[in-house]
Design a protein around this ligand. Structure first.
Ligand code: ADP
Length: 581
């Protein structure tokens, strides 16, 4: 009925353990019935002599006492077994699921993150895993074991006296029918309550993230109201949901237990007609007081189970998101890059339109164009952060859609303006380029990237801790650190995003020198913002609204007097104004 393995994304081992868990709970339930059966037998052993006038069987009573004791011991052992099998394996499994989901997220294409907020994703991941943990430890084993035990007990009772068993369970279909029929209503309220919960976690996160702005602009009232509203909604929806589910569960259990009345009614009738002996009648009355236990467990756990199916839906969808795949063992003969008739859209509208461009090996190719023309997008497509919608990108003659993204990235270094720096030493921040680099290699790369001097001037030199995301360094310094990383990585392809912010001449010269060191003998794609700096690039590709409109050397393009020449002139003029001629 439920493919649990798929629903909760269990591992093979986790699924096996789960089945063991259910078996352990069934065992534990059955041991409980041993003691119960002993009690009934004892009552019969005491009543029988009174009714039939036969001798009182002391030995039987002692035997029953022994079996009862054994039953109790077995129940304790089974209980411990149940605990180990359900709880500890559930938590172990949840840990594995967490890691598997994290790994899955790491391998998802960036296009996925374009649709989702990363922080929301991680919070939800933790929440969903907690749900799986709860279902695996508290809900599913009890529920499945409840079902199995119920069937077993029903069969045994039918064997004992089918007419009385029928009376006992006559209300069963109606009672479970209520839970199943109202599932949609419960789900609707469940979903609303889950949504409200998400909204609260979003609001809390937003509130915490924005606390600086909130304080600076005295917005505390508004932001706080939004959070308070979300919480109120959650409370209301949660109460409604619990209420609705509670009503149905209570109704179902009342109906189920009305079977007890039926047992007495049917029993008295049968007794009257002499079709049932009084002892059996008594036994059934006693049993009916106890028998509904596993059924009631089932009745209360079913809606809870349905609810958790809802809240783990998101995780299931996430795990079904397609990963970018490809060959991990490719070796590229060279690093010429060809874009062939590529089109690409982040959402519906194409931002790159049928674009073809050859990027020669060991040369500098500059992508220029107005803001939003698609320069960064092209560099992301080359790195396969996204896959093209149409056309193909070849590197060394191989289509990158057939190359494993991580393998492809070993061929590439990135120098971006929004460099991510970690809250670690400068040394380790550069070493990210090549994890096993020794200190000497790091120093050499830093020297080539013109970082050495400013790093040595820091309080602890290379061992200085840089604040979160490099807040203690200037923009130019950060970019040079990122160049040092790229130099250390020594990949044949470099994707470089030139800084947009104007740097002081000193910084600018140093960055230019660092870049000159980096581009030597490499295939370089530079997203250029200041056209003066790339005039002598081997090739300039001019983009406009996702199309390639011009290509050639700087000289050729200036002579052509097209878009490039126009952009160039505008920049020169504004420069002229800002530095006074
Ligand atoms: P450029 O680098 O030339 O400034 P981009 O490649 O960044 O241009 O952007 C090209 C177009 O794609 C723009 O219209 C931009 O709004 C859009 N765009 C860029 N990144 C995203 C994204 N992550 N999601 C949706 N649209 C995007």
């Amino acid at each position: 009925m439920f493919n649990l393995k798929k629903l909760f994304g269990l591992t093979d081992e986790g699924y096996r353990n789960f089945k063991r868990g259910v078996f352990a709970v069934v065992l534990s339930n059955l041991t409980l019935f041993i003691t119960f059966a002993v009690i009934i037998q004892t009552i019969m052993a005491i009543l029988n002599p009174l009714i039939t006038g036969s001798a009182f069987d002391r030995v039987l009573i002692w035997k029953l006492f022994g079996v009862g004791l054994l039953g109790a011991v077995l129940h304790i052992i089974a209980g411990r077994n149940e605990y180990r099998k359900t709880y500890s394996t559930a938590y172990g499994e949840a840990e594995k699921i967490r890691l598997a989901v994290a790994e899955h997220i790491r391998r998802l294409p960036l296009s996925f993150f374009n649709r989702k907020d990363l922080s929301e994703l991680t919070t939800n991941m933790m929440d969903d895993c907690t749900s799986v943990e709860h279902v695996m430890s508290h809900v599913a084993p009890g529920m499945f074991a409840g079902a199995i035990t119920s069937v077993l007990v029903t069969l045994i009772l039918c064997f004992f006296d089918w007419r009385m068993a029928l009376a006992l369970f006559a209300a069963l279909p109606l009672s479970f029918g209520i839970i199943f029929i109202t599932r949609k209503i419960q789900e609707r309220h469940g979903r609303r309550s889950v949504e409200a919960k998400l909204e609260v976690s979003n609001q809390v996160q937003e509130y915490l993230e924005g606390i600086k702005v909130v304080k600076a602009f005295g917005l505390s009232g508004e932001r706080w109201d939004a959070l308070k509203d979300a919480m109120k909604t959650l409370t209301r929806r949660a109460i409604v949901f619990e209420g609705v589910a509670g009503v149905f569960i209570s109704l179902a259990s009342i109906i189920l237990q009305s079977g007890m009345g039926l047992v007495i009614f049917a029993g008295v009738n049968l007794l009257w007609n002499g079709a049932l002996d009084p002892i059996r009648f008594l036994v059934f009355v006693l049993i009916s007081a106890k028998i509904y236990g596993p059924f009631l467990v089932l009745l209360t756990l079913l809606p809870e189970f349905f609810f958790y199916l809802l809240s783990t839906e998101r995780m299931r969808k996430l795990r079904e998101e397609k990963l970018l795949s490809g060959d991990e063992n490719v070796s590229l003969p060279n690093c010429t890059i060809e874009l062939k008739n590529i089109s690409f859209a982040y959402n519906e509208q194409d931002v790159i339109k049928n674009l073809s461009l050859d990027i020669p090996q060991n040369g500098v190719t500059a992508l220029v164009g107005p803001s939003g023309s698609g320069k960064s997008t092209i560099s992301r497509l080359i790195a396969r952060f996204w896959d093209v919608r149409e056309g193909e990108i070849l590197i060394g003659g191989k289509n990158i859609s057939g190359i494993d993204p991580e393998t492809l990235l070993t061929y590439m270094s990135f120098v971006f303006q929004d460099v991510t720096l970690f809250n670690d030493t400068v040394m380790n921040n550069i070493r990210i380029g090549k994890k096993d680099a020794d200190n000497g290699e790091v120093y050499a790369a830093a020297k080539m990237a013109r970082c050495d001097e400013f790093i040595r001037a820091l309080p602890d030199g290379y061992n200085t801790l840089i604040g979160e995301n490099g807040s203690t360094l200037s923009g130019g310094e950060r970019q040079r650190i990122s160049i040092a990383r790229a130099l250390l990585k020594n990949a044949p392809v470099v994707l470089l995003d030139e800084a947009t912010a104007s740097l002081d001449p000193e910084n600018e010269t140093q960055i230019q020198e660092a870049i000159s060191a980096l581009v030597k003998n490499r295939t370089v794609i530079v997203i250029a913002h200041r056209l003066r700096t790339i005039l002598d690039a081997d090739k300039i590709a001019v983009l406009d609204r996702g199309r390639l409109v011009e290509e050639g050397t700087g000289e050729e393009l200036l002579a052509k007097n097209g878009l490039f020449a126009r952009l160039y002139r505008i920049q020169q003029e504004s420069l002229g104004w800002s530095v006074g001629g």
